[in-house]
Design a protein around this ligand. Structure first.
Ligand code: ATP
Length: 238
């Protein structure tokens, strides 16, 4: 990896507070880190440590009070609203704990809603096969299990082949076996398409399959480690 690729995502002095006066709470207290291109980065930390806030700022959904984020050399703060919207659409994919699928569109159509935003979408039939959804492609979301619905939401996020896939507790609502299948899918996607993945989780076991582990505590970075003994999704247990 070249030096630029190692700093594909670069965060410097990032601060964020909510509220004002006596109720003001400093949630991110000055974060500095970089994430390499194609890295699978896991973001851990206790409840309230600022993980989702950080993910929302990285995704351009919320803005920082201070500090700088650059992705592939482009500074987010220098973008006007229009270029930020274009940026989000072209370069970022989101997967949430809740799947947020459109109830009256079938599996294939839900995934297609993600493809319209891209000028280089992945082939949908091939993607449906990778997702294990090809034979379910005509079903509506309420005819699917939770794991299958999460597969659709991952499909919708990656069909535009985003540079960065942001995942907020993607297995939070799933049982053990289904969680492992979803982690395996995210691992496959990362290897096949080379997207940089940033995943927020409470599950300490998931860090074993990451290239990079960042731990927050009280709005600061507590640990920032590269994992040299990476396991596969199939190997981890909790
Ligand atoms: N929009 C908001 N307005 C006010 N306070 C907020 C807002 N969003 C988050 N917070 C506060 O910021 C702190 C960090 O929240 P955040 O959701 O980032 O934590 P987290 O690490 O993701 O927690 P969890 O693991 O429980 O999801 C919390 O104390 C929360 O109450």
């Amino acid at each position: 990896m070249s030096n630029e690729e190692k700093k594909f995502l670069s965060v410097n002095g990032l601060k964020k507070s909510f509220g004002s006066g006596e109720t003001r709470q400093e949630v991110l207290k000055g974060l500095d880190f970089t994430v390499g291109k194609g890295e699978f980065c896991v973001l851990l930390g206790p409840s309230g440590s600022g993980k989702s806030t950080l993910l929302n700022i990285l995704g351009g959904i919320d803005s920082a009070d201070e500090g700088e984020i650059s992705i592939n050399g482009d500074k987010l703060a220098e973008m006007d609203e229009k270029s930020l919207t274009r940026y989000r659409r072209k370069h970022l994919g989101y997967v949430f704990q809740m799947y947020n699928l459109i109830p009256n569109l079938n599996v294939k159509e839900n995934i297609e809603t993600g493809a319209y935003l891209s000028d280089k979408p992945l082939d949908i039939d091939e993607l449906l096969k990778i997702l294990g959804l090809y034979e379910h492609r005509h079903k509506l979301p309420n005819q699917l299990s939770g794991g299958q619905q999460q597969r659709v939401s991952i499909g919708r996020a990656i069909v535009k082949n985003p540079d960065i896939l942001l995942c907020d507790e993607p297995t939070g609502a799933l049982d053990y076996k289904t969680s492992k299948e979803i982690l395996q899918l995210i691992e496959d996607v990362n290897q096949k398409y080379g997207n940089t993945i940033i995943m927020v989780t409470h599950n300490e076991a998931i860090k074993q399959m990451a290239d990079h582990i960042i731990k927050l505590r009280d709005g600061n970075i507590r640990h920032d480690n590269i994992n040299k003994d990476k396991l596969t999704a199939a190997e981890i247990e909790w």
